[in-house]
Ligand binder design. Structure first.
Ligand code: COA
Length: 159
């Protein structure tokens, strides 16, 4: 597996494809996910969006990625905005590597708390297990935030 940080133009299509194929994100969410790659390409690090891309080989397209960044107005807190792995490549440890590489980079940049928001829907149970397995603690819940019966859950990890 090959990992890289710097986004390239082709990542726009690759990210769109991963988000679509995951079956987890609606149209609007897919558009937001892709727009963060675009913003980063246009503004560089000033966008405050940072990435990790996973690909099988150095010259193949990404099969998973994460996007994170410092939360404006906070001293040491980061958000993990997105993490997704192509369904054909899930449960092979790629998500774990992406998360670990993101955490390492956040630490290197002085981050001390990482926040992740996710949904309470049954679809996201494996995702919630994944975060718990990696040491994230459920710290908050906003009832019916996304929709009736669909709460927003806030996970955090710190050191
Ligand atoms: C959440 C997500 C990024 C995890 O990626 P992944 O590559 O499947 O993650 P991993 O393979 O590292 O771990 C997933 C599970 O597979 C298991 N696993 C890892 N390697 C394995 C292997 N070789 N054989 C069998 N199981 C394995 C892990 O133990 C892990 O279980 P856990 O969740 O209880 O920790 C991925 O499932 C995904 O894209 N989900 C849809 C999008 C999503 O929910 N994103 C987050 C939005 S908030």
């Amino acid at each position: 597996m090959y990992f890289r940080e710097q986004p390239i133009l082709q990542d726009i299509d690759a990210v769109a494809d991963i988000l679509l194929r995951s079956g987890f994100f609606n149209d609007e969410e897919q558009k937001v996910g892709v727009s963060l790659v675009r913003e980063r390409l246009e503004q560089g690090e000033k966008s405050l969006y940072f990435f990790q891309f996973a690909q099988e080989f150095a010259d193949s397209k990404p099969i998973g990625y994460s996007c994170f960044g410092p939360i404006p107005g906070t001293k040491f807190s980061y958000d993990l905005y997105w993490i997704a792995v192509d369904p054909n490549f899930q449960r092979q440890g790629i998500g774990a590597h992406l998360l670990e590489h993101s955490e390492t980079e956040i630490k290197r940049r002085g981050g001390r708390r990482i926040y992740i928001e996710t949904s309470s829907q049954p679809l996201y149970q494996p995702t919630r297990n994944f975060y718990a397995h990696h040491g994230y603690i459920l710290e908050g819940r906003q009832t019916d935030y996304y929709a009736p019966q669909d709460d927003k859950l806030l996970y955090v990890k710190w050191w």
